[in-house]
Design a protein. Structure first.
Length: 131
């Protein structure tokens, strides 16, 4: 067996290019501390930015800036912004919070949210009949 020459071919790499014994095929391995998408997204949303509004500069989180812009666009009649806002409101209503994180709401708060939601739905329906 030892006197037969080694033939290079399918699944038979040359001996000089094989992995050496005890050597990994990925010597550097996975980068340590690599963050997943959710972690990076939450970090970006919590980043503080300076925003100028009404003649003064304020430092707000990126999440707050995005929500303020969404609310402003929805208030000016942007149909896509209203749809997104309704989706967010729906997700908040369906989000199951535990008793330790529950936000105390009064009957007045619930009534205000119900009227706001109804008004948005009416505006969307009116917008769809115009389009």
């Amino acid at each position: 067996m030892a006197d037969q020459p080694y033939t290079v071919g399918y699944r038979r790499p040359p001996t000089h290019s094989r992995f050496k014994k005890g050597q990994s095929g990925n010597p550097r391995g996975k980068a340590k501390g690599r963050k997943n998408f959710k972690t990076e997204l939450l970090e970006e949303l919590s980043e503080r930015v300076t925003v100028t509004g009404n003649g003064r500069a304020r430092v707000l989180s990126m999440q707050t800036v995005i929500l303020k812009r969404l609310m402003a666009d929805a208030a000016t009649g942007d149909a896509k912004a209203r749809d997104q806002l309704l989706k967010l409101i729906g997700q908040l209503e369906s989000f199951d919070t535990g008793p330790e994180t529950a936000i105390p709401t009064t009957a007045e708060d619930i009534e205000i949210m119900t009227r706001f939601k109804a008004r948005l739905i009416e505006e969307i329906k009116a917008q769809q009949t115009v389009d």
